[in-house]
Design a protein around this ligand. Structure first.
Ligand code: MG
Length: 466
């Protein structure tokens, strides 16, 4: 029996016994909105220092809430990063990573294993209604779609918007940089049905936003979880008429500014529905900027590397949390946190016990959100590329055992590992391994402990549809 089904079985009679109290319970439960950008870099928002992309809504969200400066995605590419966000577990445990195929493709036979528990599945036990709007990328076959993974509603594209290239249409960089919707046969799905193919990508952000607003309004009297996973700024880049050609930063800026508008619409809707003070909103991204796309990819700001790599630029993300009345305004958290922490944090705030039959790699960071000056919750971060640990951060120090560019050239092993102090040197420029053998010994020990306890799941990414 699935965990959510088990909890429901236990909870439903309890709720019936305390007849009439269900509504009272519901009124006290917070809502959760998780907004996830795709391939947005650490340096791509106004409030993270971008000089020409205008993001007034996200800047205001940060002013009214908390901005993280050391927040990590759990992987540097889409599929494993999303699996970690949804489950609070390193992708190596669920099998949602591979050394051979880094993400799921339209010919992939598998997806997120049935045994994994998503945020939406866990929240069901406490009466939450959930919607996934946007890019899923945890399996496109029916049994892996959001509606089979705890979500009551799904509207979006099941994998990346540059997949499913139409044979005979222009391909490669030229197509990605001067895109037309008919170059890709990407389906738009509602629940389990394809409703449009190819998806009109120009209007995706606009339509996702309309769907999100509608979902919030329809559920303003009961606890909900909205997972809003934008298709962009993953290339090919498409904006709607109102934004196309308008930003100073070219089409990449147009797309980010439309996402910013979307965030503003969602926060405005929460306020108008009287839900602002009962809703935690988190904004972040799945991985760093796609640097090989030149000006069509984003920027990691002062961080080294980008998407696909375990340098900081591949996995350190902009992250903003908003909950008026609970999170003190204008806060900055410089301590480490991760998308892995979202699962246990949401469950704790929803008063749902985390599953105890498996390892959860995240930590509940709610006390840090409400009191940004409190003690750090996370001291360690493992930087996986596929099934292997490439780097480990402990406190201020990060040791790279293997390095590799996001795309192209093969891996390079380092013995002793490269060592950087990320507080002194966030750009990972000055290797201090020689002067700090004790720090390296300590990190090597942490890595050995982690590997000894690890029971990797069978990879779900390699098998293809025959
Ligand atoms: Mg991505």
């Amino acid at each position: 029996m699935k965990y959510s089904a088990f909890l429901k079985l236990v909870l439903t009679p309890l709720i019936s016994i305390v007849a009439g109290s269900t509504l009272v319970m519901a009124a006290g439960q917070p809502n959760f909105v998780l907004i996830f950008a795709d391939d947005l870099g650490y340096g791509d928002l106004g409030c993270y220092g971008h000089p020409s992309i205008k993001t007034p809504s996200l800047d205001r969200m940060a002013e009214q809430g908390v901005r993280f400066t050391s927040f990590y995605a759990a992987a540097s590419v889409c599929t494993p990063s999303r699996a970690a966000l949804m489950t609070g577990r390193l992708p190596v445990r669920s099998g949602m990573c591979s050394d051979r195929r880094r993400v799921l493709f339209p010919d992939s036979a598998n997806g997120i294993p049935e045994s994994e528990i998503t945020i939406a599945e866990a929240l069901k036990a406490n009466g939450y209604t959930s919607a996934c709007i946007g890019k899923w990328h945890l399996g496109h076959l029916k049994q892996y779609l959001p509606t089979q993974n705890g979500f009551d509603y799904y509207f979006g594209i099941p994998y990346s918007n540059d997949m499913d290239h139409v044979p005979g249409k222009p391909g490669g960089k030229n197509a990605l940089r001067n895109p037309k919707i008919e170059y890709w046969n990407v389906p738009l799905v509602r629940n389990n049905e394809i409703i449009e193919r190819p998806a009109n990508q120009h209007t995706l952000t606009k339509r996702y936003t309309a769907e999100a607003v509608k979902f919030i309004k329809n559920n303003n009297d009961k606890p909900f979880f909205l997972y809003m996973a934008h298709t962009f700024p993953h290339i090919p880049l498409f904006a709607s008429d109102k934004f196309d050609g308008k930003s100073m930063r070219g089409i990449f800026g147009d797309v980010v500014e439309e996402i910013d508008w979307s965030v503003g619409r969602i926060l405005e809707t929460l306020r108008n529905e009287g839900l602002g003070e009962n809703t935690l909103v988190i904004f972040t991204s799945d991985n760093g900027p796609w640097l090989t796309q030149d000006e069509f990819g984003g920027s990691a700001g002062l961080l080294r590397g980008g998407k696909g790599s375990t340098w900081e630029g591949g996995m350190r993300e902009p992250a903003i949390a908003w909950w008026p009345g609970k999170i003190p305004p204008n806060s900055v958290i410089r301590k480490m946190a991760s998308t892995l922490d979202v699962f246990p944090t949401i469950l704790s705030l929803a008063e749902v016990s985390p599953p105890n039959d498996r390892i959860i790699d995240g930590t509940d960071i709610s006390s840090m959100l409400f009191n940004p000056g409190s003690e750090p919750k996370r001291d360690l971060m493992f930087f996986y590329r596929g099934e292997r640990v490439f780097a480990v951060r402990k406190g201020a120090y990060k040791a790279h055992f293997i390095t590799q560019k996001g795309y192209g050239a093969g891996p390079q092993k380092h013995d002793p590992p490269l060592l950087f102090n990320l507080e002194v040197d966030p750009s990972e420029q000055y290797n201090i391994a020689e002067k700090n053998p004790g720090v390296i010994d300590d990190i090597v020990e942490e890595l050995a402990k982690h590997k000894n306890a690890l029971k990797p799941g069978k990879t779900q990414l390699d098998e293809r549809i025959r």
